[in-house]
Design a protein around this ligand. Sequence first.
Ligand SMILES: C[S@@+](CC[C@H](N)C(=O)[O-])C[C@H]1O[C@@H](n2cnc3c(N)ncnc32)[C@H](O)[C@@H]1O
Length: 257
Amino acid sequence: MAYSKKLGNQFNKVVKIYEKAREQYPPQLINAIIKQTKMSRESVVLDIGCGNGRSIIPFAKTGCSILGIDPGKNLIKIARKKSREQSNIKYKVTSFEKFKDKPNSFDIILSGTAFHWFDKKTAYKKASKLLKTKGGLVIFYARSNNQTVLIKKLTKLFEKHCPDHKKTSNMISVIKEIKEEISKEKSLTKPKTLFFKKKAILSKRQYMDLLNSYSFIISLDKKRKTFFFKDVKALLKKYKSPLEIPVEYIALVSVKK
Ligand SMILES: C[S@@+](CC[C@H](N)C(=O)[O-])C[C@H]1O[C@@H](n2cnc3c(N)ncnc32)[C@H](O)[C@@H]1O
């Protein structure tokens, strides 16, 4: 997948929608990552692409010192507001490409539904360099199971209306590519995969908000967006409310050798 700065920066435009539409990561996933990385109050952690705080705030309960970075000013503003009582979380507005710190600075690096936005030519090497030896790199994702009839039909609408959809929406290939890139980075171990499933129960309105938080839909011009949502509404009319959307959560955990 080609690195797209334009698409990666879309979320900052729709912070309110992002905040209400993206469900929290399930506690099973968060707890499994904490256990696998042995995250504790002694850990120094970096969350790359922390967005509105969804991927950083749940880890602060370990008492670790955690820094969240993201180029989205508006997203960080919301994250700061939501976690103002948690003094162990700090934030910095910057992209990963521009972020600077000393090598061997972090025990754990996290990145939730974000790593595919970073320049892969430099991202894996840079993450590994920032990690201490035996430190953990955790790249995790939430994705809709694309084998359901509804998602297959929606994918046809993405193909019809959304020119940017191919660049980002296929999470199966995103994860495959990430595994391949990690295996090319000799300083990192082959990743262990953690996997969880959940059924999201969403009203049709909530589901449309979720679609509105996808980069390739945010990037549509007004006219295309109107046509896209007209087709989506017609499709959803055939389904009972609430919708049951199977969601899969995957974490790839590698260790710096
Ligand atoms: C789908 S959101 C995920 C946000 C959050 N981690 C979560 O789990 O909800 C992707 C995030 O990656 C951030 N992002 C995009 N390009 C980036 C880059 N080059 N460096 C760091 N973060 C980036 C976006 O601003 C956005 O907040």
